[in-house]
Write a protein that binds this ligand. Sequence first.
Ligand code: ADP
Ligand code: ZN
Length: 824
Amino acid sequence: MAGYCEIALPVPLRTTFTYAVPDALDELAVPGARVVVPFRNRALVGVVVGRSNSKPDVPGIKNISEAWDPLPALPERLVELGRWVAGYYLAPVGETFRAMLPPAVEVRVARAWRITEAGQARLEALKAVASRSEAEVEDLALLELCALQQKPVEDRLVAKLPGGKAAAARLLRRGELAAGDVAQRRDSRKQKIVAWNPAAVVEAPNQPGRMSKARIERALGESTRIERVLNEERGPLPLPHLMKLAGVSRAAVERLARSGQVQIWEEPVAAEPGLLEADFTPPSNVLNEEQKRAVDEIHGWLAAGAFTVGLLYGVTGSGKTEVYLRAIENVLARGRTALVLVPEIALTLWVGRLCRAWFGDGVAVLHSGLADPERSREWWRVRRGEVRVVVGTRSAVFAPLENVGLVIVDEEQESSYKQEETPRYNGRDVAILRAKLEGAVALLGSATPSLETFHHARLGKYKLLQIEARVGNRPLAPVEIVDLRQDFQETHRHGPVSERLRASIAARLAEGTQSLVLINRRGYSWFALCRGCGAQMLCENCSIALTYHKRRERLVCHYCGFSLGVPKACPKCGGPHVYFVGAGAEQVEERLRAIFPEARIARLDRDTARSKKAFEQILGAFADGRVDILVGTQMVAKGHDFQRVTLVGVASADAQLGFPDFRAAERTFQLLTQVAGRAGRGGLAGEVLVETYYPEHYAIQMAARQDYPSFFEKELQFRRMLHYPPFVALASLLVRNTKLDAALRWSRQLGDFFESWGTRGIKVLGPAAAPLARLKREYRFQFLFKSRERRALNRALTEALAFCGKKEIPDRAIVLDVDPVSLL
Ligand code: ADP
Ligand code: ZN
């Protein structure tokens, strides 16, 4: 025996597990390596996170059965990072490590059989006799097969024998075979592709006698969703992708395959050609003075080779990307590697393409939009050391790069860096910690830094680099606030397009430049109301108003996907007057088409840009000048560098202000500043119009002046007064269950438990109904914790989790969020 090791297993438990290391695996079962272990009669693939030689005080320690990786999947630094993430966010260790590993496409676990001593004896006996019964013939065949194979025999082989699995079960009962799981490598170079077959004859599900009405309806619903995804939105897809997008099981797809409605075939996995492959020469810009100063400073940090956090604070269009590229160039020249995080998949394409053009093939792009085999391939390219620059979204912070010298987090304030499922980490904060572990430079970039980050920069914890001017000294576009109350008095029309906005768009059309119209809501209307009784049409599963989608003629829940045909009459009072309130992107587009029938108008939101291809087509058409007016949600606000946009209109800035969230003002300010930055980026001067019913709100006023420092001061005051981050550490705990009484009972138990925490310097708010009191059929109660002492808070929450375990409150029912970004 070569000692013991501690293993993180992909189970939702907050502990690691101890196994013994057989001598043969001594050199393979090192920290970071994946191994196969027996766990509750199954075989699981876990990660070694520690080794020790002294026998731990745990009974019944089992052996590791197999080593999986010739090269440990995770470098040691990442093992350390994973442990930190699990500890800081109080997340289950195994699930944290699972998030760090490549998608497990190459692992398949199957049931397998092996012969026992009793089985050997029986085999000899059966061979010796002259005539055998039918059952004995079956037993003999099976026992022989198992005796011949060195390894356990998989189920699928057993099934081919005359006795099949029934014989195996019989021999298991007699103790002549033993069952277990084996982990198998799967051929990861092939994938199943599913395509819709429009030529097939559609049949209604038959056997009405045997299928319940509910089952028929479910089957119909599944096939409609599959058709929508395959036929309308995406085209042929890898099977797992389809299952995820349509929210259906493998069985549902296979059912349609049997009836000929879809076709399935196998295809080798090939790289998706895209923007990255396109021929592209980036502009070669000469740095201006401010950029040069920033670059010199960063080079100094890189030369010092010590952990440093820098904030590159530069207005939109100040050329921050150029600074990143020079910093990467410098760190590569020093023989180290670079990690670049961007907030959105679309930006990985753009930044990835720039990096390929600058740094050649050693650039990998990692994001969750890649199909599993493709992501796995890129991941291993990084792990084998073939890559020096990784560009990716949030989870790329765990990319297995070694010798990292620079970690860039672009648009560090973006909430997309926060993962809203276990492990609930913030990619920006993990990036800083990773830089610390690697002795690297973390460079955060933003035009509107988060309050936390700017606060640290002002205290000197982070180094501040500022770029005050835009490239070429282009002025920031002037912003005008349009008071929608006044517009209504003058025009007597409630509409998403005010007279001022209309006139301005008309002027742009006349001069042949482009307009961008932001509306931060999808769909046609925000909600549906009955004029007779005032009832709102709500989701069946969530305490949320349904959004009206006109083209689909449905009311849709944006949280759980539930949808409903548009009712002709109020479901509550039967009255005929259902009407729709608030304008979404679909409605703004419709209004603009009515006002400007000649203009070329496109819309970009999650409804029109469902695929990467559609997204690129719409943006491409706008960038090439084939579209005059682009309407869109926040998707249009970020990062893009359109040269001919001279007008940015914000049709209602208010959607976000109303959220019951302490970051509502900050979000509004950031969004408005960002979108205003899209105007006048080329040689042409720009103009920004912001429509609102709250023209005097400070977030709107200061965004209009693009005055970040004043906004920061004011908002910081509120945070100090109301005890919010960055002045306290914040955590939220949600108790959720489909049964109201259970959720209530557990909340009360926890409430009692938290009572004494005040004396430990932790302020507890709640239990209270969460702002989203019901979501996906679950009732939700919330606690908030605030403390000036992060350690004390972490310790207390650890105790709370232990308490939940003792009271048998299920893990699923508790959602713990440390440093939450959204409190809904
Ligand atoms: P930011 O990210 O700060 O908003 P970008 O990095 O997108 O700004 O730069 C805006 C535009 O300015 C890009 O088209 C970029 O190529 C260009 N640019 C950057 N630096 C220079 C420079 N020194 N001279 C000329 N153009 C530049
Ligand atoms: Zn819902």
